[in-house]
Design a binder for this molecule. Sequence first.
Ligand code: DGI
Ligand code: FE
Ligand code: FE
Length: 189
Amino acid sequence: MDREVALQTVKVQLTDHRYQHTIGVMETAIVLAKRYGVDVKQAELAAIFHDYAKFRPKDEMKQIIIDQGMEQLLLEFNSELWHAPVGAFLVEKEVGLKDEEILAAIRYHTSGRIGMSLLDKIIYLADYIEPGRRFPGVDEVRNLAKDNLNQALIQALKNSIQFLMKKNQPVYPDTIYTYNDLVKLGRID
Ligand code: DGI
Ligand code: FE
Ligand code: FE
């Protein structure tokens, strides 16, 4: 799918602010894809559609999670987590995009997953470090992303988990599993 067609398709689903974020994620994902040898077209499309379902009503997302037999545990956690798997479903159904690797990167862009693909990692990180993001610790992750994708990801996950814990919020298990998976990967023993 052509970039301009994809952008027009997603623009009507989003607020202006979220569309600008999407452009930032796309540009960042392309830089990371070139740096780490990932297909640039896949990174571009996954980035463009990653927040496709962000503004769907909660009731609609909940029904999709139930009807499609998605992980029901999602329903017990923050509804902010829902737009990722629901987005992957809707991008296939409504946009007709069928590339499973792109759909997986969309599906796991909020929670992460054990065994993240390079494309998953690039979308997760691009979402976290795109130029519009301003929060404590983001510059450290931006710098790490220049030469160590896994270290950057570990730092981003650590920040997110700490952020949730500081607010006494529950942490979705997959986010912790992803963190553990990557930390174990880096161990020598
Ligand atoms: O959709 P975006 O705002 O661009 O970013 P995102 O898809 O990474 O969504 C992150 C939001 O999800 C953020 O407000 C924190 C919230 N959240 C709630 N519980 C969890 C969580 N994020 C993660 N990774 N894990 C959680 O358990
Ligand atoms: Fe998102
Ligand atoms: Fe996003």
